[in-house]
Design a protein around this ligand. Structure first.
Ligand code: TXA
Ligand code: MG
Length: 325
């Protein structure tokens, strides 16, 4: 495995969040091959993974007090810190930006790989660009099998959603992607953080976090969020089915932790069934619910409905038929 990474190969590794596609972060052609394998635009920067925070000085130019506090509190763990980039870092890694995203993962296999490799690894989620992130080795094979050199299978990843991305270069820390470390966990450590209410932009233009494009985490089957109670979801499902459309309601019941853990598997399952359209509920936004809602909103490409009126039913039938949005 170390030989594969050392010679510029791509190894999919489990982390506590999702499977990542790891390459030597110091090898320009290996980094280029990750973008190619994923079909990821060169404008979308990668996260550098370190075995510990000890050598942070090799990747960042400046490590503020806030960054220190966050790393002390949450590393190893699902927090990615965006800080000023060290001049020696490959520009391609951060897509030419003057910041770099870093994290120290907390998963025994990821930790063992980083310790054995003894250097920084760039690792985006091991899925094709815009698709659902992999939480099982089989998902990696389905997305990238044949394009990468090795997959380390450690079973399902424990958290199920990606790390929280937090930018510490501004006056106040700003959450660019909600994830495993919740806002409720962040504020006792660093005080108020900025959390844009809807972390999605409906455009290709560069956003604060370039990965925040709306077409992320999407199954092929159209998904629509229903921001209303279970009775509305049931009424909608029945009414849409009555129009001859195969409509399924995703069951995301349980606490936010268990919903997060199986979210991506459930989204993949939507595609392996024969549904024309899937409806998903909006979760309680506290804790991991924020990250779940964010991923569902993207899976739905921003489509949200609020009621079960005939107009809404028609709109869903149109979406299922491939026209209308
Ligand atoms: O949990 C995770 O973070 C997983 C595991 C494998 O570590 N990795 C992951 O990587 O989700 P990726 O590449 O799929 O997502 C990285 C996110 C993207 O939204 C990207 O735009 C953002 O981090 N990002 C990376 N560098 C950035 C930077 N310099 N400034 C702002 N956002 C950045
Ligand atoms: Mg990703």
């Amino acid at each position: 495995m170390v030989e594969v990474l050392g010679s510029g190969g791509m190894v999919a590794i489990p982390t506590e969040t999702v499977y990542g596609l790891a390459v030597d972060a110091l090898d320009a052609s290996a980094v280029a091959s990750v973008f190619a394998a994923k079909g990821r635009p060169a404008t979308d920067p990668l996260i550098v993974h370190l075995g510990s925070g000890e050598r942070i000085d090799t990747v960042v130019r400046e490590w503020s007090d806030v960054a220190h506090q966050l790393a002390d509190a949450f590393w190893p763990g699902p927090l990615t810190i965006v800080a000023p980039r060290h001049p020696s870092v490959l520009p391609a890694l951060s897509a030419g930006r003057d910041t770099i995203a870093v994290r120290v993962p907390a998963h025994p296999v990821a930790e063992a790989v980083l310790a054995a490799f003894d250097g920084p690894l760039a690792a985006p989620s091991a899925n094709r660009f815009g698709r659902v992130s992999p939480t099982e080795a089989d998902h990696v094979m389905a997305e990238l099998g044949g394009r990468i050199h090795m997959v380390l299978d450690a079973g399902p990843t424990p958290l199920g959603v990606e790390s929280t991305v937090i930018d510490v270069t501004g006056a106040r820390p700003m959450v660019l992607r909600p994830g495993g470390v919740t806002v409720e966990m962040l504020t006792p450590v660093v005080g108020e953080v900025d959390v844009p209410e809807r972390l999605v932009v409906d455009t290709d233009e560069a956003a604060a976090s370039p990965g925040q494009s709306i077409a992320h985490y999407s199954p092929s089957t159209p998904v629509v969020l229903v921001d209303a109670g279970p009775d509305v979801i049931e009424a909608l499902t029945t009414a849409v089915q009555a129009r001859g459309v195969r409509c399924v309601a995703m069951d995301l019941g349980g606490d936010a932790e268990s919903t997060a853990r199986r979210l991506y598997r459930d989204l993949r399952a939507v595609d392996s069934g024969d549904a024309d359209i899937a409806l998903a509920p909006v979760m309680d936004p506290r804790g991991l619910g924020r990250a779940v809602n964010d991923r569902l909103f993207r899976a739905a490409r921003g489509r949200v409905v609020l009621d079960a009126t005939p107009d809404t039913v028609k709109r869903l039938a149109d979406i299922a038929a491939g026209d209308g949005r």
